[in-house]
Design a protein around this ligand. Structure first.
Ligand SMILES: [Zn+2]
Length: 87
């Protein structure tokens, strides 16, 4: 688990900017590599119950703090939100 304390440079999935993060504390979002969208989210931006296979192939992509802030503000103004952010 020591690796998780090493700061990593990654690219924010949302805004594509490079930023430093720690694996142990970075906010990630599940992305289905086939659609480039969170599992269950359609290209129209609507949300439906994700298919189990979409959940299974989804990968966690890091999100920078600026985008997390934006997503949280967006969540407060529109419910329910399609983006599910995990701390
Ligand atoms: Zn970002």
């Amino acid at each position: 688990m020591a690796d998780e304390q090493i700061p990593t440079i990654g690219r924010c999935y949302s805004c594509k900017r490079a930023f430093h993060y720690r694996l142990a504390s970075v906010v990630t979002v599940a992305i289905d590599p086939e659609t480039g969208l969170p599992p269950g989210m359609t290209v129209l931006g609507t949300f439906r119950e994700p298919a189990p296979e979409a959940e299974a192939r989804a990968v966690r992509e890091p999100i920078c703090p600026a985008c997390v802030d934006r997503a949280r503000r967006f969540e407060e103004s529109t419910q329910p939100s399609a983006l599910r952010l995990d701390p």
